[in-house]
Design a protein around this ligand. Structure first.
Ligand code: C5P
Length: 404
């Protein structure tokens, strides 16, 4: 993936045991295509060496404001002006306090103070013991740092290096990476509420067995992530899949089509956008046995009868809010052939403004896909790409079609 291609990140390390995670974070940023300039405080060098950070970033590390490598001897100006973002990870309680007071006694705090505040965002990944985190001084400093324009990336909870358990751990490298990628995406859906259905449904026959399908949920999860990155408040209604919940997304797990319908109709009255990617079972067993259906030894197989499931998308699309345009509905069509013809017909039948066609066997379980967008104006192809890339493009297409 190249989610940070062309981006230049200044990665600042301050004194804390979480410096060990900064090594992996640096590697992750580079892997995503960013160039990374590491700046370390003196305290951070007690935890990890500049040698490690230089090897991982491929650039020599800066730690002193008196560094003579810069021709004008102004590392704090030069380094901060080149950055797309300054990320301080870990950000110690002491460094946070320093920032809040406009301290500038070391290169990193000096850079944070000297950065052009409108153009170079400052992201802080706090890391400290739970008592330090909960202390009113820290909480006050966090609020002040945020009021001064910094973005606080939050903390994890759990076992701490000091042996105590609670809030204040630095987020994991992968979590921070996702947060940085999200932060740098355009906020096309800021203030919007989005509901996404994803994955298969499971229609129980008895307590042991049921009917489902091969939908992996990857496309819907990618769309939920992309909508969140674009600044939306996202509810992800997921059938049984084993995928990690995208950061910042509210996930509601369901089993059957009827559960999915109930969760969806509860969420969509507050939403601006509904995106139905779920592969909902068309039929469910007419009866669900309370006990496991057993073989009776006669060799006779049970006779199964089915009834049709509700069409979630069509139900939502019929609501007053959808009809008035207050709720923008997007459907998916997985076809095996004649994609354009089927996609057009399905858009009409479901009564929705936008339908995304894809070829079933080319998308199920895959990490990439290609899409055909069909609306009242015509159609548009989104060529084969990673699902998250397509999801971001789809989000942009939806944002373009929303009422202002
Ligand atoms: O009719 P078909 O299943 O091909 O339509 C696919 C679209 O409708 C998808 O967006 C899917 O999530 C949605 N759908 C639904 N409820 C159903 C069947 C499909 O929301 N029962």
């Amino acid at each position: 993936m190249n989610d940070l291609a062309g981006k230049h990140i200044v990665l600042g390390l301050t004194g804390g045991i979480a410096c060990y995670k900064a090594a992996e974070l640096c590697r992750g940023l580079v892997k995503e295509g960013a160039t990374v300039q590491v700046v370390m405080t003196e305290a951070s060098e007690q935890f990890i060496t500049p040698v490690t950070m230089q090897a991982l970033s491929g650039r020599s590390v800066y730690s002193s404001q008196w560094d003579t490598r810069e021709a004008n001897n102004m590392a704090h100006i030069n380094l901060s002006r080149q950055a797309d973002a300054i990320l301080v990870a870990p950000c110690s309680a002491d460094f946070l306090a320093k920032l809040v007071h406009g301290g500038a006694g070391d290169l990193l705090s000096l850079m944070c103070l000297a950065r052009p505040i409108e153009r170079v965002p400052l992201l802080l990944a706090p890391a400290m013991n739970r008592e330090m985190w909960a202390h009113p001084a820290t909480q006050r400093n966090l609020q002040q740092a945020s009021a001064d324009g910094a973005t606080i990336l939050g903390v994890g909870s759990g076992f701490q290096a000091c042996g105590e358990t609670g809030d204040g751990r630095m987020l994991e490298a992968q979590e921070l990476l996702e947060d940085v990628v999200a932060f740098l995406q355009p906020k096309l859906l800021a203030g919007r509420k989005v509901v996404v259905t994803a994955g298969p449904t499971f229609e129980a026959l008895d307590p042991i067995r049921g009917i489902t399908n091969h939908s992996s949920g990857k496309m819907g999860f990618a769309i939920a992530r992309a909508a969140r990155e674009a600044g939306a408040d996202v509810a992800l209604i997921a059938g049984p899949v084993s995928l990690a919940t995208p950061r910042g997304v509210r996930r509601i797990d369901v089993q059957s089509a009827r559960d999915m319908l109930a969760a969806t109709t509860a969420a969509t009255p507050q939403a601006d956008i509904f995106i139905a990617t779920a592969a909902v079972a068309d039929w469910r067993p007419a009866t669900q046995s309370e006990a496991k259906i057993k073989k009776d030894g006669s060799g006779a197989a049970p006779t199964l009868a089915f009834i049709e499931n509700p069409d979630i998308l069509a139900t939502v699309a019929r609501s007053d809010r959808a009809r008035s345009g207050a709720l923008f509905c997007v459907g998916f069509a997985a076809e095996s052939h004649d994609l354009l013809k089927h996609a057009r017909a399905k858009r009409e039948r479901k009564g929705i403004p936008l339908l995304v066609g894809n070829i079933g066997p080319l998308t199920f379980g895959q990490d990439d896909n290609q899409m055909l967008l069909v609306d009242a104006q015509g159609e548009q192809e989104l060529p084969r790409a990673a699902k998250i890339v397509l999801a971001r493009q789809l989000v942009a297409e939806i944002a373009r079609r929303l009422p202002r």
